[in-house]
Design a protein around this ligand. Structure first.
Ligand SMILES: [Zn+2]
Length: 158
């Protein structure tokens, strides 16, 4: 039997496809290389690109494994994000990790950043709606929710 990665429909049920791929890869099945290519297709064609997701996203196979018999209970996605402040300037990169788990309504996406810096601003007190601080942590306010929302919709499938 031969099949190749391009024949797998990744758009209809992305999460099921990812979970299946991870299980096959971790079991060391002979088709593991093909399923690695399927995951690359998901990263390229399903997961977000551009608008901050300037390096794309990476499915973290090792972190997605939660037991020893090859059954992923979650999908872990590494998300480097290019943060822009309210003045439209890029102020740095932050590494986020999205964890996708099954829920009664479909999927649940949790996003964390382990390396969020503290605010580095020590200038005068800002006016009520002024935003003098362009530091990375303040510019990143709400980015975790944006990433969760974007990945949620990307993984819903067609
Ligand atoms: Zn700040």
């Amino acid at each position: 039997m031969t099949f190749d990665a391009s024949t797998i429909d990744i758009k209809r049920k992305p999460c099921a496809t990812i979970v299946n791929a991870i299980a096959v890869i971790c079991n060391g099945h002979t088709t593991a290389d093909i399923w690695r290519q399927v995951l690359e297709r998901v990263e390229n064609d399903i997961l977000p690109h551009g608008s901050g997701f300037d390096q794309g996203c990476t499915i973290n196979i090792d972190e997605s494994m939660t037991n020893t018999i090859g059954e992923p209970r979650k999908i872990v996605i590494d998300v480097p994000y290019h943060v822009m402040n309210s003045h439209g300037f890029y102020v740095g990169w932050l590494s986020y990790r999205a964890t996708v788990t099954p829920s009664f309504s479909g999927i649940c996406v949790d996003v964390v950043c382990d390396e969020m810096p503290d605010c580095s601003y020590d200038g005068p007190e800002p006016e009520y709606d002024d935003e003098p601080c362009g530091c990375l942590c303040c510019a990143a306010d709400g980015i975790d929710d944006l990433i969760a929302d974007t990945i949620y919709h990307a993984l819903l499938g067609e």
